[in-house]
Design a protein around this ligand. Structure first.
Ligand SMILES: Nc1nc2c(ncn2[C@@H]2O[C@H](COP(=O)(O)OP(=O)(O)OP(=O)(O)O)[C@@H](O)[C@H]2O)c(=O)[nH]1
Ligand SMILES: [Zn+2]
Length: 462
């Protein structure tokens, strides 16, 4: 059953609003005019406005952004994730501040779609037992939606607004305002991601209350914003969410290692020829890892062998801060990791290493005692700079040192389908005489072209 319209006949009792107070409200989205109203039933409402009532007669030109926001104590004040109200309110204030123009009409008395706070909590209790939001109201003998919009319309009229671009996913709001004489020239959904906790509620709003379906969000863009889509589309979106969701959403320190080596465990030939990495099946995977971390760590030998830039290429995303571990300062000024390309670099060298003059301002030289290049120490330096998510990218020696020090939360060990026989080692560490002590952890396995990647989840073993 689809609920076709609000069930309250708003023409029955006019809700005359009276302007009672006006002040300013500085918020994290900038300063708003705040205008307080009381309706004839005694309910108090507020409007937060920027840049309106701009013509000589105090009328508002054009059609500003307007959010008619239904009071929701749990979502707006407590940040509840049962609904999306709090995030919609934030997004509306942000959108208005960005245009420098618009209004949020905050409608009190709309709590619980007009049934009140405690009735909403009772409805939540029923939903905890599996009833959806529509049937929960009905089971309580209450209307599915009892909201009226005449106060909001009157407030808009008081602010000289006759036409709006409405920030809402609810067509019933648009219809109600149109009926009350406000022209809705456009209606758009606020870009608020679905959360695992509110996915069911939002799905019911869409299926049974005519709310707009969300725009098909680009899963990768959401991951870059630190949100794993709750219901990614099957295919690539689902794969990326499954593979990188933990990394995108992590808050706090997280250290990921990656290394690509030949099937027999080498990263280059005896003479240092690293040609096996020119055409890597896991190229996209490496780029995505870089895009999701704050900093990427490499050893000097890798920089000397490959002159890599460590930048994010071929996928959307920001390049991480580069961290070059180079006790003897062997990397030359011409190296791409030291280039002035908009990406900061921490060049970690020993106390007495000689560093050339004329480094770009984007390169910070950090000096450590030569005997103190321990992975833990390096991570502390990064953390002190707010670089929490770290990718240890190479080479074999560096990744092995971080592995042996027990600081890797995950390791992506990728094997290329070649046998090198003898050469520069990939993962090597002191190990144990007892095979039962061999390093292991829960694993996931990914196929990237002809490469096979094994992800060790060491964090899960701690
Ligand atoms: N009765 C009831 N009310 C709810 C529930 N979840 C949220 N609400 C209330 O619903 C109101 C917001 O309505 P929504 O349907 O989420 O959204 P909308 O305002 O119609 O549409 P948008 O403009 O897109 O936000 C707020 O007053 C909330 O308190 C619920 O499970 N039951
Ligand atoms: Zn809510």
């Amino acid at each position: 059953m689809s609920i076709q319209s609000t069930q309250f006949d708003s023409s029955a009792v006019p809700a005359t609003v009276e302007r009672v107070a006006e002040t300013v409200l500085p918020t994290r989205h900038g300063t708003f005019r705040m205008i307080g109203y009381r309706d004839s039933g005694g309910t108090e409402h507020v409007a937060l406005a920027q840049g309106i009532a701009d013509d000589a007669d105090g009328r508002t030109t054009g059609a500003p952004l307007v959010r008619v926001h239904s009071e929701c104590l749990t979502g707006d004040a407590f940040g509840s994730r049962r609904c999306d109200c709090g995030e919609q309110l934030e997004a509306a204030l942000a959108a208005i501040a960005e245009e420098g123009r618009g209004v949020v009409v905050y409608v009190r008395g709309h709590e619980g779609r007009g049934i009140g706070l405690l009735a909403k909590l009772k409805a939540y209790a029923l939903q905890d037992q599996g009833v959806d939001t529509v049937d929960a109201n009905t089971a309580l003998g209450l209307p599915v939606d009892a909201r009226r919009y005449d106060q909001a319309a009157e407030i808009l009229q008081d602010l000289g607004i006759g036409a709006v671009r409405l920030l809402s996913g609810n067509p019933a709001k648009e219809e109600a305002l149109e009926d009350l004489g406000i022209a809705v020239v456009e209606r758009r959904n606020l870009p608020v991601p679905d959360r695992a906790e509110n996915a069911g509620y939002l799905a019911t709003k869409r299926e049974r209350m005519r709310h707009d379906a969300p725009p098909v969000a680009d899963a990768w863009e959401s991951l870059l914003e630190g949100v794993a889509p709750a219901a990614p589309a099957p295919g690539e979106a689902e794969e990326l969410t499954h593979r990188y969701g933990y990394l995108a959403q992590a808050s706090g320190p997280l250290v990921v290692g990656q290394l690509r080596q030949s099937l027999d465990g080498f990263i280059a030939s005896r003479s240092g020829d690293a040609g096996l990495h020119e055409d890597r099946g896991d190229h996209g995977h490496l780029q995505r890892l870089r895009a999701l971390v704050d900093a990427v760590v490499v050893g000097a030998s890798t920089v000397l062998a490959e002159d890599c830039s460590l930048a994010v290429e071929d996928v959307p995303g920001r390049s991480p801060v580069r961290v070059v571990l180079d006790a003897a300062a062997r990397v030359g000024v011409a190296a791409r990791v030291l280039a002035d390309d908009g990406v900061p670099t921490l060049w970690i060298v020993s106390g007495d290493a000689i560093v050339p003059d004329g480094l770009p301002a984007s390169v910070e030289v950090v000096r450590l005692p030569a005997e103190d290049f321990a992975p833990r120490r390096v991570l502390d330096i990064l953390q002190a700079r707010g670089l929490e998510k770290v990718l240890v990218e190479g080479g074999g020696n560096t990744v092995s040192r971080f592995l042996e020090a027990g600081v890797l939360d995950r390791l992506y060990l990728t094997t290329a389908p070649v046998l090198v026989g003898d050469g520069v080692s990939g993962i090597r560490f002191s190990g144990s005489d007892v095979l039962a002590e061999a390093r292991t952890a829960p694993v996931r396995r990914f196929v990237f072209g002809l490469d096979i990647c094994t992800e060790f989840n060491f964090a899960a073993t701690r």
